[in-house]
Design a binder for this molecule. Structure first.
Ligand code: FE2
Length: 347
């Protein structure tokens, strides 16, 4: 199969940001026939940049878990020769979604960097990263790293505090050029986790806020009561509250109610309306996660941050119009990013 020229040129620009070139080995990891066109285009792009390239293609999983469930259980599990080959590369292009798996951790812990690529070309192009986005995300990360108490409020009634400092800060700016570092193209946000018992208050989702796992915009308010790091009550008379209650309960696991990562979005080219038109088979919905000035509230696992909770019940819930402070300093006010060094050009 000949690779599409426009796609090759787009992927080449991305691989250049990832410093793929002569002396580097790039592995492409795919599953079944999914994104076979991306795999070919990445191999061609890597080759044109002078890298040594290879492709590992795994058989598809027997049961499809989707993005909302069975996270972390991949068809790479137990395939020792494939894992070792990927550890031997400088960079792995993950087209199959290894996130939250033990295999991903083993590969990145060996020093191999990894780039996840799932979204359609239109999204990859529109939210294409650059050094300026990286700079702003890294500034955000240093603010998060020094922060002790994060407080989030909103006109819908959110008022919650996160006691920070127990977990590392992760950055996602859409490319990766340093050993062992994972990223997802496209992105544009940073996050951390609170102390396991360090989240208290309430989060109220209002109309237009997004429940990523269900690909839904909230229509009626959903109120989460949070005590010592766990959701203790989900109130709301609308369908969304009922869906969330049912979903969390279905895992029959108290860890499903834990509070997961927290942070805010910095990608000014992300569109809030995109989730309404996104193809569920082809994309996660990075627009909602990276949206400029959002607050990304989430529940479930913290294994990504080095914690012990690896529940597959994960809800990403981007909120609009919030105010977020770190130790009293305004970072986001009513959905607008405040510190000058964090603001996108022209914002
Ligand atoms: Fe998440």
């Amino acid at each position: 199969m000949a690779a599409d020229a426009a796609m090759v040129s787009l992927f080449k620009a991305e691989l250049e940001l990832c410093k793929v070139g002569p002396g580097q080995t790039m592995a492409v990891l795919s599953e079944g026939e999914v994104r076979a066109d991306y795999a070919q285009a990445f191999l061609t792009a890597g080759q044109q940049l002078g890298a040594t390239t290879f492709h590992i293609n795994l058989p598809p999983k027997l049961q499809f878990g989707g993005f909302a469930g069975n996270m972390g259980k991949t068809s790479l599990a137990g395939n020792r020769p494939a894992i070792e080959a990927l550890k031997g590369a400088d960079i792995v292009i993950d087209l199959m979604f290894l996130l939250f798996s033990e295999e991903q951790l083993e590969i990145t812990n060996s020093g191999t960097r990894m780039l996840l690529v799932l979204e359609p070309v239109e999204v990859l192009t529109r939210m294409f990263p650059n050094a300026e986005l990286r700079r702003r995300v890294e500034v955000g990360a240093s603010l998060l790293k020094n922060g002790k108490v994060m407080r989030i409020t909103s006109p819908h009634g959110t008022d919650v505090t996160y006691r920070l400092g127990a977990y590392p800060v992760m950055t996602e700016y859409g490319f990766t050029d340093s050993p062992g570092r994972w990223d997802h193209w496209p992105s544009g946000f940073m996050f951390t986790g609170a102390h396991d018992d360090g989240v208290n208050g309430q989060v109220v989702m209002g109309p237009g806020d997004i429940i990523c796992a269900f690909r839904r915009y909230v229509e009626s308010p959903v109120k989460f009561t949070i005590e010592k790091g766990y959701v203790t009550n989900v109130e709301g008379t609308g369908l969304e509250a009922s869906l969330i209650r049912n979903y969390m309960k279905s895992f029959n696991d108290k860890r499903a109610y834990a509070i997961s990562h927290i942070g805010w979005g910095l990608n000014d080219r992300a569109d809030w309306h995109h989730m309404a038109v996104a193809d569920p088979q082809k994309e996660i919905g990075m627009d909602a996660l990276a949206y400029y000035g959002n607050v990304l509230f989430s529940t479930g696992p913290n294994s990504e941050l080095g914690g012990t909770n690896d529940t597959p019940c994960h809800l990403d819930m981007p909120l609009r119009g919030c105010t977020l402070t770190l130790d009293g300093e305004l970072i986001v006010k009513d959905g607008e990013v405040v510190p000058k060094e964090l603001r996108a050009p022209g914002r």
